[in-house]
Design a protein around this ligand. Structure first.
Ligand SMILES: Cc1ncc(COP(=O)(O)O)c(C=O)c1O
Length: 473
């Protein structure tokens, strides 16, 4: 096929002919949304229309879109000095500096970084590391992982197997054996007379029973997000993390905090592990590490996990060409420098209460059952009946969320996510530089669109016009 010069390329047509979008229905004749630039919390498409990105480019552009020039300079300087080298048996200054910098921010003795290219690779690497940790210690073989229902941990085969979302897992069965799933911390659909203490005990009992039923001596790792994203910002009840830590200690299982979203300020602290005093043995990080200006992630290991790999000829038998890429590392270092200089994490801690108060106005709407979350990490759960908390069924979700809400919000200039991987929720997770103006704009647009959605609930049989909008899952 003859190539077209970039300046004469019809982007819309070329996108439809050549680009394969992730988690997107590629059929139909809907337009491909083409985003061409960003500044602050805002994006602009190829027609000059502006959007408030209340999802921070998939929970990840923590510093917003306005630091490209400054970060670009750091990247260019690194390109001139050393555009690439690996971490396979070699080190280079930026990977060393980044490892030290992150180790200084992580709580406890999480002091060792193994760099990868993103979140799925971090989760994949954490599971492999946990498996090898037990053999390196000479403690027999442990291979199983435990995660939570509805949780999302990535898409590579290992990370996918850890996911607790059946519709993402099913097309790829058989998956990597063996992962067990336990209850998540969704309290909205629990009995109304259950106390927080009882809820915590119920969850911990489920975890412990699952471990006992499968055989504790076969379980390598429990992996959970400090606040679970999929299903809609499930925060932990009081005593939950202390209980999970105690159970892992009791059965000698490694605890991994998947901080791919929660890390780097999203929950009002540098890490969710700090905010909830989780004390994990392993931590997975990506997205916010570079505010997604670079494709970089890492597994952070505690001194205890590192210890057997420092013995004799032991080696973690794993590697990725781009792990610790010097240009990616330089970008991540600059991102952290900016986050510290511009007090991004402090801003979240200072404004999270007003964000919550502003979002809580949505509870006045008949379709909004719950507004939950923390920091700049929220979800609005949609219900058919506020009294009974009855949810929408699959067909209604398709009509309401995918065919109406997602395209209408986009049309109104608000990017957030209508998600029904669990109960139907709208996820709100803006860049960490957002302020009252953005909070108000989110509530104003969401309020209008959700009110409109409610009028359609009565007549969910007929799909509205515009049903061909492409859908991201
Ligand atoms: C908690 C969590 N873990 C892992 C991943 C996978 O990250 P990536 O998409 O960078 O592979 C994600 C992505 O959203 C995530 O939210």
């Amino acid at each position: 096929m003859t190539a077209t010069a970039p300046e004469t390329l019809d982007l819309q047509r070329a996108a439809r002919e050549h680009l394969w979008l992730h988690f997107t229905r590629m059929g139909g004749d809907g337009e491909v949304p083409i985003i061409v630039r960003g500044d602050g919390c805002y994006l602009e498409d190829s027609k000059g229309k502006r959007y408030l990105d209340a999802l921070a480019g998939l929970f990840s552009v923590n510093i917003g879109y306005g630091y490209g020039a400054e970060i670009g300079e750091a990247a260019a300087a690194q390109m001139r000095e050393l555009p690439f080298y690996t971490n396979w048996g070699y080190a280079h200054p930026r990977a060393i500096e980044l490892a030290s910098e992150v180790a200084s921010l992580t709580p406890g003795d999480l002091n060792r970084l193994f760099f990868v290219s993103g979140g799925s690779e971090a989760v994949e690497s954490a599971w492999k590391l946990a498996r090898q940790y037990f053999t390196a210690r000479g403690d027999g073989r442990r291979w199983k992982a435990i995660s939570r229902h509805v949780a999302y941990h990535g898409t590579t085969m290992g990370a996918l197997s850890i996911n607790g979302i059946p519709e993402l897992r099913n097309p790829f069965e058989p998956l990597v054996p063996e992962v067990l799933h336990v209850r998540n911390t969704n309290r909205y659909h629990r009995p109304s007379d259950e106390t927080e203490e009882q809820f915590t005990a119920f969850l911990l009992d489920d975890l412990e029973q699952t471990i006992n039923a499968t055989g504790a001596e076969t379980v390598a790792m429990v992996i959970m997000e400090p606040v679970q994203n999929a299903g809609g910002s499930f925060t932990p009840p009081e005593g939950y993390w202390k209980g999970v830590r105690d159970i892992c200690d009791r059965y000698g299982i490694l605890l991994c905090a998947d901080e791919v979203i929660c890390g780097f300020g999203r929950v009002g602290a540098w890490f969710g592990s700090e905010r909830y005093d989780i004390k994990p043995d392993l931590m997975t990080i990506a997205k916010g590490l570079s505010s997604s200006y670079a494709a970089i992630g890492a597994v952070v290991a505690s001194d205890r996990v590192m210890e057997p790999f420092m013995r004799d000829t032991n080696m973690y038998a794993h590697g990725i060409t781009f792990g610790g890429h010097p240009v990616m590392s330089a970008i991540a270092l600059k991102n952290i420098e900016i986050m510290k200089r511009d007090k991004i994490v402090e801003h979240v801690a200072d404004t999270q209460d007003t964000f919550k108060k502003t979002l809580s106005q949505l509870l006045d709407l008949p379709i909004v059952g719950d507004v939950r979350g923390t920091g700049f990490f929220y979800a609005v759960e949609l219900v058919k009946d506020k009294e009974t908390r009855e949810s929408f069924n699959d067909e209604e979700c398709e009509t309401l969320l995918r065919r109406f809400l997602s395209p209408r919000l986009f049309e109104r200039g608000l990017i957030c996510r209508a998600d029904d991987r669990g109960d139907p929720v709208i996820q709100i997770s803006p860049p960490l530089i957002a302020g009252q103006h953005e909070f108000d704009q989110i509530v104003s647009i969401l309020g209008d669109v959700l009110s409109e959605a409610w009028t359609r609930v009565a007549d969910l049989e007929g799909a509205p016009d515009g049903a061909t909008h492409r859908v991201n899952r």
